[in-house]
Ligand binder design. Sequence first.
Ligand SMILES: CSC[C@H]1O[C@H](OP(=O)(O)O)[C@H](O)[C@@H]1O
Length: 346
Amino acid sequence: MSHEPRAVSWTGTALSLIDQTALPQTLRRLDIRDVDALIDAIVRLAVRGAPAIGAAGAYGVALAVAQARRENWTDGRLADAVARLRAARPTAVNLAVCVDRAAGRIPEGLDAVLAEADAITRQDLAANRAMAEAGADWLLKRVAADRPLRVLTHCNTGALATAGIGTALGVIRELHGRGLIETVYVDETRPLLQGARLTAWELAQEGIAHKVQADAAAAATVVGGLVDAAIVGADRITRNGDTANKTGTLGIALACAHAGVPFMVAAPVSTVDLTTATGASIPIEQRGEEEVLNLIGGGITAPDGTRTRAHNPAFDVTPGTLITALVSERGVLEVSSGQLPGDHWS
Ligand SMILES: CSC[C@H]1O[C@H](OP(=O)(O)O)[C@H](O)[C@@H]1O
């Protein structure tokens, strides 16, 4: 699949986003011309995925600079808009890092900010390609099967979540391109169904065989010998290899460890946070209860009028000790064997 249309693209005067809340039923784009509209799109997951929100955040700084010029903002108002954009979602480190990179160019003017955002996009595109190849090569050597592979993935880590072909889904695309994917087990990824809606949509566009499954089925799929490997993305990776990713990832890693199935994390180095030592310090986004309860009509009301509550952490943290391979554009670290990002990617 050509990864056009891109999840995030700059039109020259506005930020054009695929509205991921409308997929798979409708492919439509949002024309974003101001910072608050972009913050809303990020919070609603109209644009989502660590590298994609990083790129969107960088172009969002350009929107803020253009808006400041149009509306005669003070420097303080511009700084406040940038700070709100940077904080739109707390877990994916890419958003803060990319907003900081673009904001650092503000003194040079709008063109310099746009140039930084373009560089971020180009770097992610190249990183996707490099990690797809490195991840596929490592996996094929590790599994050493003389047949196409059966893999499991969680959430969406494809062209919709990045500037390129994807992270974990990029590895899967590379394997498919070599004729080495038998099927992909796609976790639906409750409550927002990024797997069932977005990953299935991306795989279907390219004729990559896949089966959507309930998140609750993932452990038995792994332990039952139905997959050769699990490949997931990341939102923040700390110095010791602990990795925050979509909620449900930890359970897959535990099942893989129990079953001796390779567990691979694919992420660009822009997702590695070398300022944070362990996963205990990663801020985990807590999202609205309605996202969990909507499926059952908003929840149950007890006779005394109290209503069902919901617990909705958007991410969980997988210890590096459960990660067989961490692949980025800088190569593969066998984290569970002691190869840590803090030692190798500083
Ligand atoms: C290629 S990073 C994708 C990463 O981001 C997703 O989270 P969200 O859909 O909330 O943005 C998920 O954790 C994926 O692994």
